[in-house]
Design a protein around this ligand. Structure first.
Ligand SMILES: CC(C)(COP(=O)(O)OP(=O)(O)OC[C@H]1O[C@@H](n2cnc3c(N)ncnc32)[C@H](O)[C@@H]1OP(=O)(O)O)[C@@H](O)C(=O)NCCC(=O)NCCS
Length: 170
């Protein structure tokens, strides 16, 4: 049986090793890592899938913000990475992790401004994310526009720069 538990209760080294297996050890150079910066994950929305005391999946969420060119600032939650142990993929675990995180976001009142970088074929089809409001966003690294996805009534369509909620130290 698979248990979904707070990620903070799981060994951090096991989480990092799973992410390396799912994404490759060069994953830290990805644009999503630059967007989230040095912030800590949103604990209530970061979840582990554990089976027989073994970590088989993780989802992490991060506080980010869009600094719009008109001077306004918009808080969002960035979802991801979502990772499932390579030998256990395509068995519904990724969908269950997303479902748990989205329910936690709703319970915490954080589901009105969600974004992620991912495959629209997956996150659109199952979870209603799309790129209709993200076209004018700038990110601190390369991103394919059709993979910059968002969901929620408060997602800003404004032009602006997406980055960490916690600014980098000067
Ligand atoms: C992407 C990932 C999280 C999905 O989790 P999963 O448990 O393997 O997938 P699920 O069982 O929840 O979903 C399976 C369905 O999604 C589809 N699917 C899975 N990954 C997909 C993708 N990248 N694009 C499109 N469809 C995808 C499958 O075809 C399947 O559809 P079906 O039910 O019609 O056959 C997982 O495969 C993974 O960790 N991949 C490597 C890391 C990664 O790319 N993470 C996502 C970026 S944040």
């Amino acid at each position: 049986m698979i248990a979904f538990v707070p990620l903070s209760t799981v060994d951090g080294a096991a989480v990092e090793a799973l992410l390396d297996r799912a994404f490759g050890a060069d994953r830290h150079t990805r644009t999503a890592y630059k967007v989230r910066g040095p912030a800590a994950p949103v604990a209530a929305l970061s979840i582990a899938a554990v089976e027989a005391e073994r970590l088989i999946g993780t989802i992490q969420c991060w506080p980010v913000r869009l600094d719009a060119d008109d001077g306004s600032s918009h808080a969002l939650v960035m979802i991801g990475p979502v990772a499932v142990e390579p030998g256990r993929q395509r068995d519904g675990i990724g969908r269950r992790l997303m479902t748990h995180a989205l329910a936690a976001a709703q319970a915490a009142g954080l589901d009105r401004s969600l974004m992620l970088i991912g495959d629209p074929e997956y996150y659109g089809r199952f979870f209603g994310f799309d790129a209709t409001r993200t076209a004018a966003w700038r990110l601190p690294g390369p991103v394919e526009p059709h993979r910059l996805l968002a969901r929620g009534t408060d997602v800003p369509a404004a032009a602006g720069m997406l980055g960490p909620m916690v600014p980098l130290a000067a």
